[in-house]
Design a protein around this ligand. Structure first.
Ligand code: UTP
Length: 294
């Protein structure tokens, strides 16, 4: 089975649900307790064995490149002051030279278009897509679970999870076939995908939640630049076009997801990651308890 070495992280959307916070700070640099959302997601990718991250940027997002580069004066100042722990936290998020590429989408034409912008860097090997506003708290990580499924059955793996009761009409929902052996029954053949099905017509309650393992054939479908829902070039449409040519499985991953694409989801993620922080978790719990007590 071809190893999954590269991941595409599209961050070029407008982030309208996080305005005005995301006006001058790219949405994916907003904070989840102690570091940007994107740093948490890159850590998930590294833990899954990803060797090269392709970040699809929009205009005004140069700070994302800077986050993953050395900050020479800052690092020197921390060294001089003997702040080794902080320095380690700072440099621990950096990737080795050559492990990261940045491509510009130039216009936010949709998630499918953003992924297509990475085509030359991906080439013809299978690859991961990680939607960085979906923060997945899992052990092993959500992407590692998807790669394990890919190692077992190959093809395309779409990570899914149950939609909140009565909310399937807000999501991309999958239709399912037979269950693959192992994976505690959580890996099933995928036979279809419907974007925002009207209530009562949903083929399952599982929505596509932000981690994918894809075959490079998807770039052929994306090259058509067909516009779908909202006039955008949708990744889901391109995947649907590949359904009768390639194998797809849906993996109901084990973990919990925080949609950091809106302020409440971002707040929930910050609290959850704060509570489980190794050195500050207890202080976070005490602060929250005091706040709630009024
Ligand atoms: P979203 O639709 O959740 O993000 O896209 P958005 O468009 O930034 O947010 P809202 O709806 O305006 O609040 C999912 C992911 O795809 C990226 C986004 O940055 C996000 O990480 N994306 C979306 C692109 O990179 N380019 C696009 O044209 C659209």
């Amino acid at each position: 089975m071809t190893r999954i070495r590269k991941a595409v992280l599209p961050v070029a959307g407008l982030g309208t649900r996080n305005l005005p916070a995301a006006k001058v700070t790219p949405k994916n640099l907003l904070n989840v307790f102690d570091r940007p959302i994107l740093a948490h997601v890159v850590a998930e990718g590294r833990a899954a064995g990803i060797e090269h991250f392709v970040i699809v940027l929009g205009r005004g997002q140069g700070a994302i490149e800077d986050y993953f580069d050395h900050a020479v004066e800052l690092e020197q100042a921390l060294t001089d002051k003997g702040r080794g722990e902080l320095l380690a936290a700072l440099t621990g998020d950096l990737l080795a030279p050559g492990q990261m590429s940045f491509v510009r989408q130039m216009a936010p034409l949709g998630l499918g278009h953003a992924v297509w912008c990475a085509r030359d860097i991906i080439g013809d090997e299978p690859f991961a897509v990680m939607l960085p506003d979906m923060l997945m708290d899992a052990s092993p990580g959500a992407l590692a679970q998807a790669i394990e499924a890919h190692d077992a059955v190959g093809g395309n793996i779409i990570v899914v999870e149950p939609a909140p009761e009565g909310e399937t009409h807000k999501y991309g929902i999958v239709a399912l076939g037979e269950t693959a052996p192992g994976f505690r029954g959580r890996l099933r053949r995928m036979t279809g995908m419907v974007e925002k099905p009207p209530p009562g017509t949903e083929p399952s309650n599982l929505f596509i939640s932000g981690r994918y393992i894809l075959q490079s054939g998807v770039f052929e479908a994306l090259a058509a630049h067909s516009r779908g829902a909202g006039g955008e070039i949708q990744l889901t449409d391109a995947l649907r076009a590949r359904l009768d040519q390639e194998m797809f499985h849906a993996l109901a991953y084990e973990g919990r997801t925080f949609d950091c694409g809106d302020p409440l989801g971002l707040l929930r993620a910050g609290v959850a990651f704060g509570l489980k922080h190794p050195s500050q978790g207890a202080a976070v719990r005490a602060a929250l308890t005091a706040l709630l007590a009024g």
